[in-house]
Design a protein around this ligand. Structure first.
Ligand SMILES: C[S@@+](CC[C@H](N)C(=O)[O-])C[C@H]1O[C@@H](n2cnc3c(N)ncnc32)[C@H](O)[C@@H]1O
Length: 312
């Protein structure tokens, strides 16, 4: 019964479909639900009463946790207002890992501060035995001169040749701005956002579940990274677009490793894949210089030789 859903985008109500999915069967569950902000979807009416919206959210969040494997993770994307309520429920049925800040401007909410981030709640089903992989993003560089933007000062020799480990604040992934890169959907997420979550929490061939798949972002990301997917959307038109999008996707591999690549730039890699990936990427001159200095220091330290190059 459940097998028939693998690598399918299903047209239907997520609560109904999830009832057919057994406990502990998907590796990660990611949800980007309607935010109840009166967005103009094709069919769905985004204007539930406050209590009605939260009661509905509680149902699908509980189902997401139920169907996630014990080694798996649960991610929920929303505006901070709703995430505070979600966290209250999730804290009782899963283990809090992070509130990931995705730095992206959202709609003004009225009198107070301008909202400038979305949150992604990150929970795991088990306290300890969950899958997690360190991930890295490329160093920020000046667009004009290409030099490193961060001043590492005397600590330059400590920097990683690809880039820093990702923290829980993501400022380098942008919303889809160009119309030509968008589908007919009011809130399509960028693929690199999903790829980062998938690289961080799953292995090849794992199952990525998304109850509100829209035009297929999480399924596309899963397919590019050689993961399986199950997606659901209540809107037939979005399901059709998602199916079309997914059918034309190919894997994005560097050697034997998977990476998130957007517009010919690597966006995210796993730390453990760097040794393989570095064989395929061009190392910039400044990083090459730092690496040479690092090697020289290491050789000198090991051989007790004097570093004449340091004499002014
Ligand atoms: C915020 S959008 C998701 C967008 C998606 N992440 C993407 O990148 O394309 C929410 C989606 O939930 C769908 N939806 C609303 N109620 C639903 C339900 N009960 N079951 C399944 N899908 C539903 C809407 O049609 C809409 O496409």
């Amino acid at each position: 019964m459940f097998d028939k859903y693998i690598n399918q985008i299903i047209h239907g109500d997520c609560l109904t479909i999830m009832k057919n999915i057994p406990d502990n069967s998907v590796d990660i569950a990611f949800a980007d639900p309607p935010f109840n902000l009166k967005k103009k979807y094709n069919g769905y009416k985004d204007n539930k009463e406050f209590d009605e919206y939260l009661e509905w959210c509680e149902q699908w969040i509980s189902e997401m946790v139920r169907i996630t494997k014990l080694t798996g993770s649960i991610f929920v994307h929303n505006i901070p207002k709703w995430l505070t309520y979600y966290a209250d429920l999730l804290n009782k049925i899963a283990y809090f890992k992070h509130w990931i800040v995705w730095d992206a401007p959202s709609a003004p909410m009225g009198k107070t501060l301008l909202p400038n981030h979305y949150g992604i709640l990150y929970y795991t089903k088990s306290a300890k035995d969950f899958k997690f992989f360190d991930i890295r993003y490329p160093h920020f560089r000046c667009r004009k001169c290409n030099s490193l933007l961060k001043d590492y000062g005397g600590k330059k020799y400590l920097i990683h040749p690809f880039g820093p480990l990702c923290s829980d604040v993501w400022t380098d992934i942008h919303r889809i701005r160009h119309k030509k890169r968008r589908d007919e959907h009011p809130c399509q997420l960028p693929i690199p956002l999903l790829e980062r979550l998938i690289l961080m929490s799953t292995d090849e061939n794992d199952i990525v579940f998304d109850p509100f798949i829209g035009t297929g972002t999480s399924a596309i990301a899963a397919k590019r990274l050689m993961r399986n997917f199950i997606g659901i959307d209540i809107d037939k038109k979005y399901v059709e677009i998602a199916n079309k999008n997914v059918s034309t996707e190919n894997r994005t591999q560097i050697g034997n490793s998977y990476a998130s690549i957007y517009l010919n730039k690597i966006i995210t890699i796993r730390d453990k894949d760097w040794d393989e990936i570095k064989e395929y990427v061009e190392i910039s001159d400044d990083i090459a210089k730092i690496e040479r200095q690092k090697n020289r220091k290491k050789i000198l330290a090991e051989s007790n030789l004097f570093d004449y190059s340091a004499v002014k």
